[in-house]
Write a protein that binds this ligand. Structure first.
Ligand SMILES: Nc1ncnc2c1ncn2[C@@H]1O[C@H](COP(=O)(O)OP(=O)(O)O)[C@@H](O)[C@H]1O
Ligand SMILES: O=C(O)C1=C[C@@H](OP(=O)(O)O)[C@@H](O)[C@H](O)C1
Ligand SMILES: [Mg+2]
Length: 168
């Protein structure tokens, strides 16, 4: 197994499922957002605020290149597919999984998630949250080998489905 890379919109469960999947598959778990926070010694909202989104995107691209070929479960941030070079990197990977759900469901999950603050999903950005979802949808599809709908499924069920897809 060369590893699995998870992509999808904010709230689709990339970080949660990535962690569970890594335990199931006995592969290291790497969450790109956490790697950026460690590199910068700042949280993502702090990086957005102090250095700007463009700086965050550069760090994200650099770390994607670093980890894409590592045998691990790699959870990306929702915006990784916006950059064309990043999409090319993702296409080199044989097991990129796109976690899908309607943006209204994802918004609900994010609003209940007290652990992570997402600068692009703050109360004042709700309209752009749905617009961004539509803008990005094709890029997720184009970048992934498989899609898994995460609506009304437990983490275990989603892990089962991913493992089944990449093994068959
Ligand atoms: N299948 C699921 N069903 C219900 N809640 C979920 C599911 N997957 C993730 N969540 C919850 O949704 C929120 C966002 O999950 P997270 O893994 O941080 O998503 P992402 O990394 O894609 O932004 C968290 O509070 C998490 O517990
Ligand atoms: O979609 C995006 O542009 C972002 C998604 C976030 O990750 P999650 O998708 O894990 O929430 C994080 O990388 C940052 O807040 C930007
Ligand atoms: Mg995440």
């Amino acid at each position: 197994m060369n590893g699995i890379c998870l992509i999808g919109y904010m709230g689709s469960g990339k970080s949660t499922i990535g962690k569970a999947l890594s335990a199931r598959l006995e592969l290291p778990f790497i969450d790109l957002d956490h790697e950026i926070e460690k590199e910068e010694n700042q949280t993502i909202p702090e990086i957005f605020e102090k250095k700007g989104e463009a700086y965050f995107r550069e760090a994200e691209s650099w770390l994607l290149k670093k980890y894409i070929a590592v045998p691990c479960v790699l959870s990306t941030g929702g915006g990784v597919i916006v950059d064309e070079h990043n999409r090319k990197e993702l296409l080199k990977h044989e097991s990129v999984i796109y976690l899908t759900a309607d943006s209204s469901i994802l918004l609900e999950r994010i609003q209940q998630d007290t652990r992570t603050t997402r600068p692009l999903a703050m109360e004042e950005n709700i309209d752009s949250f749905h617009r961004l979802f539509l803008e990005r949808a094709d890029f997720y599809e184009l970048s992934a080998a498989y899609q898994v709908d995460v609506t009304d499924k437990s983490i275990e069920e989603i892990c089962d489905e991913i493992i089944h897809k990449v093994s068959s």
